[in-house]
Ligand binder design. Structure first.
Ligand SMILES: Cc1cc2nc3c(=O)[nH]c(=O)nc-3n(C[C@H](O)[C@H](O)[C@H](O)COP(=O)(O)OP(=O)(O)OC[C@H]3O[C@@H](n4cnc5c(N)ncnc54)[C@H](O)[C@@H]3O)c2cc1C
Length: 596
């Protein structure tokens, strides 16, 4: 096996990985390994914006951002970390601006900001403009800007290297094992620090906004090495995916004044969230949509609703809401202005649906979107491996794969891009600082064996099962039973099915037994990751007998702080899942009921 040595290895070239690379590379030899070419990472699909209390056009404060995030998290977020993120947000956004990120501007040249769900003026309770944006391509711009900076700073990139194992020897991180896509060769990367920044796992569900690469690799790899997964029952369903396709229609559409309409032509969010209406938190809106559809008020009685951003509709409801522009004039838009603010969304709808959103409403349904759970870390990105927050030396995680936890039971829109830049930065700094203080750890003599065994098994399996059938059965059962609404019996059905699928997975044989560009083998390995994470998600969800944030149970409809104000930790031990719990960090904010 080929060997490489770097002080810091970063797994993932998305927003979190690149931010970490920028900071780590200032003082340590650093390499980024990415299964995709970095600028194809899912961060590039992020549309709406990145949250920070810049107060560009109206009063705003990091404390308000902190409180909104705590409340949005349904009080499951750790308040020390949330406060840290919201304070750090302001300098982080200016730093991106100084790196050259082309944010949209206000007429007086400041960074333009738009409203987003759950972000409020804490005094008036009305939506506040907190999402800094570059049209509806904010993530794309972040990714390009950070990639340019990394190239300028001579970060070493290994593109299309698929990491399949993390090495931990004597309780200390020692590196990773990767497969080079082009050759199929295994490589060992010997390192002092490893930062996992592999993104989410939303391909578990049938209707999803997530990229094909969102197969939870980093999380599955660490689980197999005895590291727990935190809060896996909390997975966010975004209210507005394109009907049947799941492709995201950004919340920025509602930020620009778009409204959700049911089959009776009614703006139904008025009934569920009288103050913020279409800008309530995502969990609240997704549930409201489900109720509307299940009570027969979908469009033509079907399982979809309309997202309407036609100028006449926007202007009508803006007048009813008394919405004003930043200069105090009434809020009124033209089709041209909408096109300027949401060019990609309009393009997607024309391409995929043949619908022009300036002239027609868009058919939407909730879509699997974001993993609140992940690898447990503290606010410096250090991976913690038990309920006492014991740090595993040399291992870090940042971005969607990590659970700090700043999003708790439900993430607010714009807080993920923010999480990437803030915790990407601190994990990079900490990883380099740690690397400065230690020698290279001992590499285990059998370093590549565990990974090689997994791939030999897949290559040599000769059963009759097909990966695509197993994947579609998993996605369907998870969408039906471990989705927006959950009940005990349904989740038990899903668990039994996923366990059956894990057995059948061992009978999957691949047609391509070769080495060069063998995506079939890699995709099959990825499916194994998704199946394990589907099981962990379902077991964690079954155990939590309450409703909180994105975890909504019909059989336990109330939040229960007495018993459940705690984070779930799930270990995979000899194929069995073990659950333990750790307390939520509360600082200033006592848990209260969420009212919108
Ligand atoms: C459609 C969409 C729109 C969104 N819009 C917004 C928004 O407007 N605002 C907001 O705040 N959030 C938004 N989000 C959420 C946010 O974009 C993501 O949570 C975030 O970009 C994830 O960044 P990341 O760096 O953690 O992962 P990614 O950007 O996905 O990067 C993951 C990286 O890991 C690499 N990788 C994965 N597995 C392996 C492996 N086994 N070996 C090697 N490399 C690996 C990949 O190649 C990739 O480079 C959106 C998400 C989606 C899906």
């Amino acid at each position: 096996m080929k060997k490489h040595q770097y002080e810091v290895i970063i797994v993932g070239g998305g927003g979190a990985g690149l931010m970490a690379a920028l900071y780590a590379s200032r003082s340590a030899s650093t390499a980024v390994l990415s299964k995709l070419y970095p600028t194809r990472s899912h961060t590039g699909a992020a549309q709406g914006g990145v949250g920070a209390a810049l107060g560009s056009s109206e009063e705003d404060h990091p404390e308000w951002h902190t409180f909104d995030t705590v409340k949005g998290s349904d009080y499951l977020g750790d308040q020390d970390s949330i406060e840290f993120m919201c304070e750090e947000a302001v300098p982080a956004i200016y730093e991106l601006e100084h790196m050259g990120l082309p944010f949209d501007r206000t007429p007086d040249g400041k960074i333009s900001q738009r409203p987003f769900g759950g972000h409020t003026n804490n005094i008036t309770k009305k939506p506040v403009r907190r999402a800094a944006h570059a049209a509806d391509r904010t993530g794309h711009m972040i990714l390009q800007t950070l990639y340019q900076q990394c190239i300028k700073n001579q970060v070493k990139f290994f593109d299309e290297f698929h990491v399949v194992d993390v090495l931990v020897e004597n309780g200390v991180t020692a590196g990773v094992v990767a497969i080079e896509l082009a050759t199929g060769e295994f490589h060992i990367f010997h390192a002092k620090s490893v930062i996992i920044a592999t993104g989410g796992h939303g391909r578990i569900w049938e209707i999803t906004s997530n990229a094909y690469a969102y197969t939870g690799d980093g999380l599955a790899i660490t689980l197999r090495r005895g590291i727990p997964a935190e809060d896996m029952e909390f997975f966010q369903f975004h209210p507005t995916g394109i009907y049947k396709m799941g492709i995201l229609i950004t919340e920025g559409v509602r930020g620009e004044g778009g409204v959700l309409i049911n089959g009776q032509g009614e703006r139904f969010m008025e009934r569920y969230a009288p103050t913020v209406k279409d800008l309530a938190s995502r969990d609240v809106i997704s549930r409201a949509m489900y109720i509307e559809m299940s009570e027969g008020r979908g469009i033509n009685g079907k399982n979809y609703l309309y997202m309407d951003v036609r100028p006449e509709v926007v202007n009508k409801y803006a007048a009813i809401d008394g919405r004003k522009r930043s200069d105090g004039r009434p809020y009124e838009v033209t089709g041209e202005e909408i096109l300027g603010k949401l060019p990609d969304i309009i393009d997607f709808c024309q391409t995929y649906l043949g619908v022009d959103p300036i002239m027609q409403p868009m058919p939407v349904q909730p879509t699997a979107h974001y993993a609140m759970g992940g690898i447990p870390t503290n606010m410096y990105g250090e991976v913690v491996i038990d309920e006492n927050n014991t740090v595993l030396p040399g291992l870090y995680a940042a971005g969607e794969v990590a659970c700090v936890s700043v999003h708790g039971a439900n993430r607010l829109g714009t807080n993920s891009l923010l999480d990437l830049v803030v915790f990407g930065k601190y994990s990079g700094l900490k990883a380099a600082e740690y690397a400065r203080g230690v020698d290279f750890p001992v590499l285990p003599p059998d370093a590549g064996d565990f990974a090689r065994q997994q791939f030999d098994r897949i290559r040599n399996a000769s059963g009759k099962e097909r990966a695509v059938d197993i994947a579609s059965e998993m996605k369907k059962v998870m969408f039906d039973h471990v989705g927006v609404f959950r009940v005990d019996a349904g989740m038990r059905t899903a668990l039994a099915k996923v366990r059956e699928l894990r057995e059948r997975y061992l009978e999957v044989s691949v047609m391509d037994k070769g080495k060069l560009f063998n995506t079939e083998i890699l995709n099959t390995w990825e499916l194994g990751n998704l199946l394990e994470l589907a099981e962990v998600t379902t077991v964690s969800a079954l155990a939590r007998t309450e409703s909180r944030g994105a975890h909504a149970r019909d059989d336990y409809p109330k939040r229960n702080d007495q018993d459940w104000l705690k984070h779930t930790l799930a270990w995979m031990r000899n194929g069995e899942i073990e659950l333990r719990y750790k307390p939520v960090v509360l600082t200033k904010y006592e848990p209260k009921e969420r009212v919108y």
